[in-house]
Design a protein. Structure first.
Lengths: 298, 298
């Protein structure tokens, strides 16, 4: 069976991204919107999909969707694959919305110390990034509202964990006592030195419940410029996330995600003596294409 | 000079508490309101004080005020005393609003790793609690929106630090993704077992950015009852605070504060094998009375 045109979709909590990919792998067009699953009412998923990507769906076109669209609050629940899980496991457990034509990629679950953890969408990015880099073993981070740290051994995800770093930053930035001290959102440019100072202070190990208060006192004592506070706070929360990963100087980490955030993580990881390789969000398209290839050759 | 009647006031960020104390130390009356300094406009402090406690201020009455009323956003700024600081230091640096009659107690500042920390009001509670318990050396915690951990050596505060535990709990409870899973505020009773489970999970050391997510996944996998989630989350954040204190089994900690929260801290500390002595918010009145005594005998 020859390769088919692929509509690759990453349907997340707050955003919807899609790519039209030619049989030879060329990305012909991309479209993104704010129609994440939280903005879509039960029963409206087919209509939102149709209005977003319907014109891409010609006869013979395949559509693969990763992300929260496969959650209980999404289009159709795709049960989690339990870790350790390889690329073949997710490719073999697609949830077909329209058989042979449109499928949702399952997420992964795992359990540690009696506590479950889950991901949806990141598994596709991970396998896409491994393919781009030609790796079978890797430690990866996918920064975001809920960052994921992933360990891959022999091309299988053996371990992962979720970190509420981006969300905590937003909470502290917008709703905490620090919000009174910090400048309005997005009014301040990224300040490298302040970010680094925040990372360094977190790495010392005080714990975020304590270190976060330093954004207030440093400002109160005029030791840091107000404009630099958002970068400092960002450094504090990212530094806290890194501190907990027990990384060692000389380790290598793959950072998967949008450029601005990936650069921050790479900067912070450098402070730990950890080297990085970065893969942007195109990793999703690579992952979905790889799944499509398994179907085409089946 | 004989002892005077004392109007003791704890004027915090979000609340105002006062006590009328007879020369023999008997608390004759207490009044509390929500007129914390955030609710009082610049210039309105005298009027709010007058309407709250004016009828207590007879000729010869002394009034001592601790807390955020002495901050830059308060009634009158009372410059911080630098640590190490003893009871005599704060008693000697009162900021008189009306000389000989009404004074604000200064807070304390200290510096560690180049980062300042501050307290206002807790210093008075600490010295009051030490007096109640007859201690010259102690490790104390004053739980709250911003918890304080305080080390007292030879009746001097040598070290303290601020922990945004109560605030983080409220942020996660009200504004995070967990808010969607948790029952409405105050609809759930304290659940001892769930609280203990949260404390234990945090003490294992994953880090709050990660452990907080467990409130979501345990609920998603129906491993914990929705009604128990607030207590579990409370255990997570308090457990994280305790984990960072490097306490050892056999240590002793003085818990100063309102009964409900003090009981939670005592319960969590027991899980670490740490013994506790609890002193309620009357510690403030004891501390202010002790300052008044130094003036009466001066």
């Amino acid at each position: 069976m020859s390769a088919r045109t692929l509509v690759a979709v990453d349907w997340g909590t707050s955003s919807l991204r899609g790519a039209l990919i030619a049989p030879d792998g060329e990305v012909l067009e991309e479209r993104a919107s704010a129609r994440g699953i939280l903005s879509v009412a039960v029963g409206e998923f087919p209509a939102v999909f149709e209005s977003s990507y319907g014109d891409w769906m010609r006869p013979g076109t395949l559509c693969l969707i990763s992300g929260m669209a496969g959650s209980r609050q999404g289009w159709r629940e795709a049960p989690y694959c339990a870790c350790p899980a390889g690329f073949g496991d997710i490719a073999a457990h697609l949830e077909w919305v329209e058989p042979g034509r449109t499928a949702i990629v399952p997420g992964l679950s795992m359990e540690q110390d009696g506590v479950p953890d889950v991901m949806r969408g990141e598994e596709t990015q991970v396998f896409g990034a491994l393919q781009v880099l030609g790796l079978n073993h890797a430690r990866l981070v996918l920064p975001g509202t809920h960052s994921k740290w992933v360990t891959v051994t022999n091309h299988r995800i053996t371990d992962f964990s979720t970190w509420m770093t981006g969300e905590l930053y937003a909470l502290l930035r917008q709703h905490s006592i620090l919000a009174r001290t910090l400048p309005p959102a997005d009014s301040a440019d990224h300040n490298d030195a302040a970010f680094e100072q925040g990372v360094a202070y977190s790495l010392r190990g005080g714990g975020l419940l304590h270190t976060a208060f330093s954004a207030r006192t440093l400002s109160l004592f005029k030791r840091i410029a107000t404009d630099a506070l958002p970068s400092y706070l960002s450094g504090l929360v990212i530094g806290e996330e890194l501190k907990c990963q027990r990384l060692e100087s000389g380790d290598s980490v793959v950072v998967v995600g949008a450029e601005a955030l990936a650069k921050k993580y790479a900067q912070a990881l450098r402070q730990l003596g950890v080297s990085t390789q970065c893969v942007d969000n195109q990793a999703t398209w690579h992952g979905l294409r790889a799944i499509a290839d398994t179907l085409n050759t089946a």
